[in-house]
Design a binder for this molecule. Structure first.
Ligand code: SF4
Length: 137
């Protein structure tokens, strides 16, 4: 017989941050307590069975007014896939114009349906010789 154990989480689904207690026997969830709403129980169950994370960062972009483009994952990935996702994004670069929501990389780290997308539109800008610091004399 598997002994009952408990895991403790803090729900991050809203700013209240309810403390959650999940009781389980092996892989079987017995109960979740502490949540003020159903999202807390769903969060605790997800954390116990398949913890997922997401993140945002920037990638280099050429031809735009700024040199970095903010990007994010379109959905959370399994926690163990985060290092591979970060490594894949480190190799990315973009070229303006880029549109908000444009997919820069599909199925990041081999996670089907999770893409790297642009978080803003960046139009192409024309660099005149007087704007280009490398042309200064
Ligand atoms: S359980 Fe509900 S009220 Fe509590 S932090 Fe999560 S979302 Fe907010």
């Amino acid at each position: 017989m598997t002994a009952r154990q408990e895991q403790h989480y803090v729900c991050i689904s809203c700013p209240i941050g309810c403390p959650l207690r999940l009781v389980h026997e092996g892989d079987q969830i017995i109960e979740v307590e502490g949540q003020e709403c159903n999202r807390g129980a769903k969060y605790a169950r997800q954390e116990f069975t398949d913890p997922r994370r997401t993140f945002s960062t920037t990638v280099p972009i050429t031809g735009a007014v700024y040199g970095r483009l903010p990007v994010k994952l379109s959905a959370p990935v399994p926690r163990q896939a985060i290092p591979a996702a970060m490594a894949a994004i480190r190799l990315l670069s973009a070229e303006a114009p880029v549109r908000l929501g444009q997919v820069l990389l599909r199925d990041v780290a081999g996670v089907a349906g999770v893409d790297v997308v642009a978080c803003r539109t960046m139009d192409r800008v024309m660099i005149t010789p007087s704007d280009d610091p490398s042309s200064a004399t």
